[in-house]
Design a protein around this ligand. Structure first.
Ligand code: LLP
Length: 457
């Protein structure tokens, strides 16, 4: 029976805005709600997963990721306008969005490459079976050790971010007696019209080489005996819903490619970065990927370069849910709280960006059940520890399972041990079955990673 005080707050016959959206978008999430039962992800009961594995747990949908890879491929295929000039684009999944080894293996088997930003991500990409010739290395601060590892692995391109980094790559390439493929990551000073933390291609941002410096650095890279300047790269931001900022950066890149051609430098590769936006809630604009793919091909095909794109979020966000259980409910003076066992350490996005994630019960909710306004919060000792504020949802019981939607991107990869909370478990659902791909961390594991100095033992 629902809490009486919460019942008093009932706001009428409405399943709650998230529940309505998730039901309407069930296909997108690979979900089915069984009447009288609960949510099935590709036929696998999320309740059964929580029963077996506990909570909080990230659950990923392998088939959902494959579907998105195939949609992105056909968006970029260029068949619609019949140009055969340019080779097939390469999709390099941005590992920072989700670096689960099992999911990366699924992605690797689809022939997708990787965009990495650290030595750790390089090791993961290789361990997952992504071939080096499909790996590009972005990132504003690469250490010598990371550069050496990338050079030794023989990756497709190191994307250079500054004059100083170019100097260092030259030194490392010379020391390795290698000929290292590099691209310049330029900063086209384009406003992607997104959350300020997610814009990376503005003049004031720390990313990329300013356009004015780029031609000279390109010539330096081109002339160096141990480097091979293969291309240009740019990434202007994340969660971009419009095609226009992409068009604008392509325009800048084309100008630069022209300047280099005039100086006798022919490139092979053009990396447009990631940033493809998804809708996290009803009515939120999202990128029309088919139109984007076509626009990108139309505006780059005549260059005859191989395109690379670095999507993270778009490939995996919808294909992951975070399962969490209600620990308790509480009424404050200003409203009601549902306290769940997932917190900001498990899913940081709401706390860090005030990001919205739809949250719905796993059980199938009767249409027209009354809803209440609640804040869904975690147990961490911070007021910023919330998963959703002011949500209208049906009354939930303590012990009940909820799912946080669109948690497949930047969920587990941004999780921490804050409040000495062990990292959640990860589960992969594929072909009607599921497997734990990362067991829940234990407090013992955390303590075992530390050591006391001799004078304190
Ligand atoms: N390439 C580069 C060089 C990047 O820096 C990023 C993301 C991507 C590709 C992939 O972007 P995507 O396609 O996922 O938008 N933690 C934030 C997102 C930070 C994105 C950082 N860079 C969030 O949770 O929204």
């Amino acid at each position: 029976m629902a809490d009486r005080t919460l019942d008093d707050e009932a706001q009428g016959a409405d399943d709650g805005v998230d529940a309505r959206w998730v039901c309407a978008q069930a296909d997108r999430f690979g979900l089915e709600f069984v009447p009288g039962g609960g949510a099935l992800l590709r036929g696998v009961s999320l309740g059964a997963i929580a029963e077996a594995v506990g909570t909080p747990t990230y659950v990923y949908d392998a088939e959902g990721v494959r579907e998105r890879i195939s949609r992105l491929r056909s968006a970029l295929s260029g068949r619609r306008h019949g140009s055969a000039q340019a080779p097939d684009p390469l999709i390099c999944f941005a590992l920072k969005a989700n670096s689960s080894l099992a999911l990366l293996r699924v992605i690797a088997r689809e022939g997708v490459g990787a965009d990495i930003v650290s030595g750790g991500e390089l090791a993961r990409a290789l361990a997952a079976g992504i071939p080096p010739h499909r790996i590009v290395f972005s990132g504003v601060g690469k250490t010598d050790a990371e550069l050496d590892a990338a050079i030794a692995a023989g990756i497709r391109s190191i994307n250079i971010e500054s004059a100083e980094e170019l100097q260092r790559v030259m030194a490392r390439a010379t020391a390795a007696e290698a000929r290292v493929p590099v691209s310049l990551r330029v900063n086209p000073d384009v406003d992607p019209n997104t959350h300020p933390y997610l814009a990376t291609g503005l003049r004031q941002s720390k990313f990329g080489i300013p356009m004015v410096q780029a031609p000279e650095l390109a010539m330096r890279a081109h002339r160096h005996p141990h480097l091979r300047l293969v291309g240009l790269a740019c990434h202007i931001g994340s969660q971009i819903a419009d095609i226009a900022p992409y068009r604008e950066s392509i325009m800048h890149l084309r100008r630069m490619i022209g300047t280099l051609r005039d100086q006798g430098v022919a490139l092979a590769h053009l990396d447009l970065g990631g940033g493809l936006g998804v809708a996290y809630r009803e009515g939120e604009p999202e990128l029309d990927v088919a139109a984007w793919g076509q626009a990108v091909r139309v505006e780059t095909d005549d260059l005859g370069l191989q395109l690379a794109v670095e999507p993270g979020r778009w490939l995996v966000a919808d294909a992951g849910v975070l399962l969490t259980r209600v620990i308790g409910r509480k009424r404050g003076e200003a409203g009601a709280f549902v306290i769940v066992d997932a917190a900001m350490n498990d899913l940081l996005r709401p706390a860090l960006y005030e990001a919205y994630h739809a949250i719905v019960p796993v059980r199938t909710v009767a249409a027209g059940a009354p809803t209440h306004r609640v804040d869904i919060v975690g147990p961490v000792c911070e007021s910023g520890d919330f998963l959703g504020l002011g949500r209208r949802m049906v009354a939930v019981e303590t012990g009940e399972l909820l799912m946080v939607m669109d948690a497949g991107a930047y969920g587990m990869t941004m999780a921490s041990n804050y409040n000495t909370r062990p990292l959640p478990a990860e589960v992969l659902v594929d072909d009607g079955r599921f497997a734990v791909t990362r067991p829940r961390q234990r407090v013992e594991d955390l303590l075992a990673q530390e050591q006391l100095p001799d004078w304190l033992t």
